[in-house]
Write a new protein. Structure first.
Length: 101
């Protein structure tokens, strides 16, 4: 069994930072960065499940935190290896840095 705690912790931390961010920060790109991350995490989970990937819709800047949480936790359920967890954590951390939160 793969320990996915680092992934869920990273996703939850980013989501918490987004929820605490002012609207102006979200509008300047943090929400768009989060949506991009959510879409990539979702795509990876769907591929691992053997599904044809569908793009996560844009539900608005105030939903971005929830979208990365859902996508990250979905990926954590199906992720196959520790190396994949490490790769996903790096993806989350890089997106958070670009988002500036």
């Amino acid at each position: 069994m793969v320990d996915t705690t680092p992934l869920t912790r990273a996703v939850d931390h980013f989501a918490d930072r987004l929820r605490a961010a002012p609207q102006s920060r979200l509008q300047r790109g943090a929400a768009a960065e989060a949506l991009g991350l959510a879409r990539e995490l979702s795509r990876r989970a769907q591929v691992l499940e053997g599904l044809e990937p569908r793009e996560m819709p844009d539900a608005g800047m105030f939903a971005a935190a929830d979208q990365i949480t859902v996508a990250g936790h979905d990926l954590a359920v199906v992720i196959p290896s520790g190396a994949d967890v490490d790769d996903a954590v790096r993806l989350v951390e890089e997106a958070q840095k670009r988002a500036g939160v």
